[in-house]
Design a protein around this ligand. Structure first.
Ligand SMILES: Nc1ncnc2c1ncn2[C@@H]1O[C@H](COP(=O)(O)OP(=O)(O)OP(=O)(O)O)[C@@H](O)[C@H]1O
Ligand SMILES: [Mg+2]
Length: 233
């Protein structure tokens, strides 16, 4: 059974002007991702990559089709159950980071564990370790607005990894990083796949990163245009 499966997934956004037709961002995607895969999603700006990733992660509800995560149809979950799945099984790196501005970096990273009721000391220790892994421990007590874009991005990656989630969904996680830090993050993600059996799906515009992934899926106009895994399972 794939760990993550998209079946005929569609998302049409309402147009700004009510009289206009909606925006069909994703137009019917079938995708099966096996546990332990490292998948890169590429495609032009506006092709639907973020929309797809948000549906895979249970952040956006599809207009049609469904997402099965570890065999569970996300549409069958109420908001509370979905929040638990998102917190415990998925680590999501947002394209715009989405760190909470009133919390320090280490508090942001610890948040998924704190919300899950873990003891405060162990939350902080785990958050520190995650920050260390992305080279950001030295800024742990700073607030996001005191950090550079790339530093915030690395903090957002640490927050996604802190729970050791089965599935990491990362939207251009190296978009704001220099080549050294970008390489470090890709190495880290590859290590999660190789050594811990975690599953990583990342959106990237970087051809070298896509080539380094085990599988590359190309999105064009809201559809899968190419998939190096060949026939979709
Ligand atoms: N909330 C929204 N409301 C209306 N239209 C949206 C919304 N979010 C995305 N879109 C539209 O859906 C399409 C796909 O957007 P999406 O963000 O998925 O693209 P993307 O492939 O991630 O692009 P990029 O590489 O620039 O991040 C675009 O035409 C975009 O304008
Ligand atoms: Mg995007």
């Amino acid at each position: 059974m794939p760990i993550l499966r998209a079946e005929h997934l569609e998302k049409t956004f309402a147009a700004g002007d009510v009289a206009a037709a909606g925006v069909p961002a994703v137009r019917g995607i079938d995708l099966a991702i096996e546990a332990g895969e490292f998948v890169a999603i590429t495609g032009a700006s506006g092709s639907g990559k973020s929309t797809l990733l948000h549906m895979l992660g249970g952040i956006t509800r599809p207009s049609a089709g469904r997402v099965l995560l570890e065999g569970v149809d996300l549409a069958s979950l109420d908001d509370d159950a979905l929040a638990v799945v998102r917190r415990r099984r998925i680590g999501f790196v947002f394209q715009r980071y989405n760190l909470l501005s009133e919390l320090s970096l280490v508090e942001n990273v610890a948040l998924p564990l704190v919300l899950d009721g873990a003891a405060r000391r162990s939350c902080e220790a785990a958050a520190r370790a995650a920050l260390e892994a992305v080279g950001m421990n030295h800024r742990a007590t700073h607030r996001p607005d005191e950090l550079s874009g790339g530093e915030q991005q690395r903090g957002a990656i640490a927050r996604a990894l802190v729970t050791s989630p089965a599935i990491v969904l990362a939207d251009e996680p190296t978009g704001a990083l220099d080549s050294v830090n970008s390489g470090r993050i890709v190495d880290l993600l590859r290590q999660l796949v190789a050594e811990r059996g975690q599953t990583v799906v990342l959106v990237t515009h970087d051809a070298a990163i896509a080539a380094a992934a085990g599988r590359a899926v190309t999105i064009r106009d809201g559809l899968v245009a190419a998939d190096t895994a060949g026939t979709q399972r």
